[in-house]
Design a protein around this ligand. Structure first.
Ligand code: BYC
Ligand code: FE
Ligand code: FE
Length: 477
């Protein structure tokens, strides 16, 4: 299970014993590097970046830190160790040995899920490619690049599965993952949230907090899969994912902190925050709330329809489970159980019981929302500890939806259904306006002197591998 770093493609799957697969992946590797060169982080080829690289799949000590050029990052294939006795935990195959090969009857569903997952990884790198231009500090620049190389590795993880287990059409899908591009009108990325550009760092922090967290929940469900190589790939991806959400949570937290510090320093009252905090170059709390509303609602869409026959099939056939499947105390079949979901009834949103099997997307969304709220509470603690009277809040799940039944209506962040006319009149109160975006954009100025930071964000409290904020995390050559 140790990682072989002597090979062209680092791996712990004994790649050299399968010459055909090795050759296929070695053919894909230069295409990946070309893609990285073209659509990865802009103007980054000469930089030495203090990055962590996976060197083991064990829980402790899996990462090694050093300066690397990103194009020399050791992208590779790492699966958590196999447990030869593993059985499937749910669905009609419950109790049977986990599959080591793709079952013929589930081939197209599995391929579709792997492709959808794989598609998001390079998409996020494409979305974030210009952020290096405007980094608020070297520490943040390094974190951006760390997230980017790891999303690149997540692409590798899915491409390995496609090439190793799906033969010719798997190879074609692997190519297509480099051909679709975020925001491309002809060949867009599959899921809508991955076609929006990430233009500023507040959006980046919101994205890594809310959208990478969708990654956490989707990967956790796929980590339950009866298809063992998929489960093991996703488990290892989850260890890397934690850092991405950390970047998001602490990033937003530091913007909140700075807003509060400015309010206290200049004795600004909450009611006048927007204008006043901006006068001093900070991002006011109401604007942070608008960005939160946007990124939360876009991410909530990523869970699909509330009631989904696709999701029911994935669950029933054992290819995608629920979050924490093995810890749930029920029959893991869901044939006779129900689950409470919100439903649109005329102009009201009501709770109804739905067949649990059809509601697994919604259940995952529920788990996700609970998790999102934890960070919001931490941000609110920063605000309260600063003695300021303001509360950030997740909007209602029906707010500004593009997928699912609520996409048919408009509602306010509290979940009250409103008319289209009222939406037109008031959405600027809830979502970033052109003005807000221009203001945020005006703050985005590159700061790259070690120990210095932009005026709209507080420095971090934590360290990276024992190195404080002042460390030279990126060297320009
Ligand atoms: N956009 O039955 P439903 C990450 C379509 S993030 C566009 O609910 P299902 C990351 C759907 O295709 C994690 N279309 O669908 C984060 C279907 O079409 P058909 C990504 C959508 O199959 C940050 C129809 O609507 N991983 O890793 O249950 C940085 C019916 O809907 C959308 C995954 O998503 C949408 N949002 O789909 C980097 C895991 N939602 O069949 C990385 C894999 C639904 O009528 N994907 N549709 O033509 C899945 O598990 C599922 O495909 C979905 C839901 C959860 C996306
Ligand atoms: Fe990822
Ligand atoms: Fe991520």
């Amino acid at each position: 299970m140790s990682i072989n770093y002597n090979e062209k493609i680092p791996n712990n799957v004994d790649l050299s014993s399968d010459r055909r697969l090795q050759r296929a992946l070695e053919r894909w590797q230069p295409e990946f590097l070309n893609w990285w060169e073209e659509l990865g982080p802009e103007n980054s080829t000469d930089l030495d970046v203090y990055l962590r690289t996976a060197i083991s799949v064990k829980k402790d000590g899996w990462a090694h830190f050093d300066y690397v050029k990103m194009q020399d990052y050791r992208w590779g294939i790492f699966l958590t160790p196999s447990d030869s006795d593993r059985t499937i935990d749910f669905g009609i195959h419950k109790g049977q040995p986990a599959w080591q090969e793709v079952p013929g009857e589930y081939r197209s569903e599995l391929r579709r899920l792997i492709v959808t997952q794989g598609d998001t990884e390079p998409a996020s790198v494409e979305q974030q490619r210009q952020l290096g231009r405007t980094c608020p500090s070297l520490y943040d620049l390094r974190n951006l690049f760390q997230v980017n190389v790891e999303e690149g590795r997540h692409l590798w993880a899915m491409v390995y599965l496609l090439q190793a287990y799906f033969g010719r059409d798997g190879r074609e899908e692997a190519e297509a993952l480099l051909e679709r591009h975020s925001g491309d009108p002809d060949k867009p990325r599959i899921l809508e949230a991955f076609n929006e550009e990430t233009l500023d760092w507040l959006s980046f922090f919101m994205f890594t907090y809310f959208t990478d967290r969708d990654g956490k929940f989707q990967l956790a469900s796929l980590a339950e899969s009866g298809f063992d190589p998929l489960a093991r790939s996703c488990r290892f991806m989850l260890t890397e994912e934690a850092h991405h959400m950390f970047v998001g949570e602490t990033g937003v937290g530091r913007v909140v902190q700075r807003a509060c510090d400015l309010m206290n320093e200049h004795k600004i009252r909450s009611s006048a925050a927007e204008v006043e905090v901006r006068k001093y170059g900070g991002i006011d709390l109401p604007t942070i709330q608008k960005y939160l509303n946007f990124h939360f609602s876009v991410s909530v869409d990523l869970f699909g329809q509330e009631l989904s026959t696709n999701a029911a099939t994935y669950y029933n056939t054992g290819i995608k489970g629920r979050f924490g499947e093995s810890k749930i105390n029920d029959d893991h079949l869901l044939h006779d159980s129900s689950y409470s979901v919100l439903e649109l009834k005329g102009d009201h949103i009501v709770k109804v019981d739905a067949p649990a099997l059809n509601a697994v997307n919604e259940r995952l969304r529920d788990d996700y929302i609970v998790d999102c709220d934890i960070g919001v509470r931490r941000w609110n603690k920063i605000i309260t500890d600063s003695g300021i009277d303001f509360k950030l809040k997740l909007p209602h799940r029906a707010f500004q939806r593009g997928i699912g039944q609520f996409s048919e209506i408009q509602c306010d962040p509290q979940g009250n259904i409103i008319t289209q006319a009222e939406w037109e009149r008031r959405h600027h109160e809830w979502l970033p306006t052109q003005d807000d975006q221009e203001y945020i954009q005006s703050l985005m100025q590159k700061v790259t002197e070690p120990g210095k930071i932009a005026g709209w964000i507080a420095p971090p409290k934590g360290k990276i591998n024992r190195h404080p904020f002042e460390f030279e995390f990126v060297r320009f050559n």
